[in-house]
Design a protein around this ligand. Structure first.
Ligand code: R5P
Length: 294
């Protein structure tokens, strides 16, 4: 198969690893912003009849979407066979219902938009909660991979006597799997979100786990308020600083520094969004799904 891989700025490392593993040539294109903010795009590689992969992790999605759309349209105009989008982090999965009258269900709108211009989506741990499968909102084939075994393996190899802790009921789906791979016990806490930047967490009896290292596991760290609030509650209950393990290092604004200063021990993430906390490499998982086609 004739494969060619393009990537957006920031995705070089992930794209390089995938390209090496699936034997894809590197695609070249120019993306330029005019002084008025409009985008110029030009494909330099021959893409005729080729299977195109685009690596573009979708944190900060509003900025990326239009250039991504233009790239896809230009690739089609240049005769590519089809387009697979590799978005290790998929945005707009959390606003999955109208919480107040008049609110947009942006998960659905975003899904319809992407479905309109790529042929397949490959992603990792999309935040599926009230929407149970990608196919409920996406009209194209989607591959949703799971990083839990990789996170569990990291915990097993790096943390002594871990107790895996999920901050809310939503996290149970991946926390249970992480704990299983780590060979560790787990507990799930109860979280109520008060607004964009505040949450309230309640914790069950921790006495049976006093000798364990708390390992907080979440899919996304955005404002880090979920983990910071959990750490504040655990502080008087556990002498050991909690390790934080997340899949997607969104880290809005100053969230990483705030989390580091809040009493967290090591902070570890998967490399779905490039960040200094990336310690868990999931490129092999993505490449494997391309090789096997699932
Ligand atoms: C919640 O639904 C997610 O699983 C995460 O707990 C949440 O996105 C974390 O957000 P923040 O870091 O802003 O508290």
């Amino acid at each position: 198969m004739n494969r060619i891989i393009f990537y957006f700025s920031g995705n070089e490392e992930m794209a390089g690893k995938i390209a090496a593993s699936v034997k894809a040539e590197a695609g070249q294109f120019i993306l330029h912003h005019f002084p008025d903010g409009e985008t110029y795009i030009r494909i330099l590689s021959d893409v005729r009849n080729k299977e195109v992969f685009i690596v573009c992790t979708l944190n900060d999605p509003d900025k990326k979407l239009l250039p991504l759309y233009f790239l896809c349209q230009t690739l089609r105009q240049s005769g590519c066979r089809n387009i697979h989008l590799i978005a290790p982090y998929l945005a707009y999965m959390r606003q999955d219902k109208s919480f107040s009258p008049g609110e947009g269900i942006t998960s659905v709108y975003f899904a319809k938009l992407l479905s309109g211009f790529v042929d397949e989506l490959i992603t990792l741990d999309p935040h599926l909660h009230r929407i149970h499968t990608m196919q409920e909102i996406y009209d194209i084939p989607c591959i949703a991979l799971h990083a839990a075994p990789f996170a569990g393996e990291w915990i097993k190899n790096n943390i002594q006597k871990p107790l895996v802790i999920g901050p809310d009921l939503e996290s149970e789906q991946w926390v249970e799997e992480v704990a299983k791979s780590a060979g560790a016990p787990f507990i799930i806490l109860n979280k109520t979100r008060l607004d964009d930047r505040s949450v309230k967490i309640s914790v069950p009896d921790m006495k049976p786990f006093s000798a364990y290292t708390p390992v907080l596991v979440d899919d996304i760290i955005s404002t880090a308020r979920t983990l910071m609030e959990t750490i504040a509650i655990l502080k008087p209950l556990s002498p050991i600083a909690p390790v934080c393990v997340a899949i997607h290092a969104v880290f809005a604004d100053d969230a990483f520094r705030e989390l580091s200063n809040s009493g967290a021990g090591t902070i570890v993430t998967c490399n779905t969004i490039p960040h200094p906390s990336n310690k868990i490499d999931v490129s092999g998982l993505i490449a494997g799904s391309i090789q096997s086609g699932k």
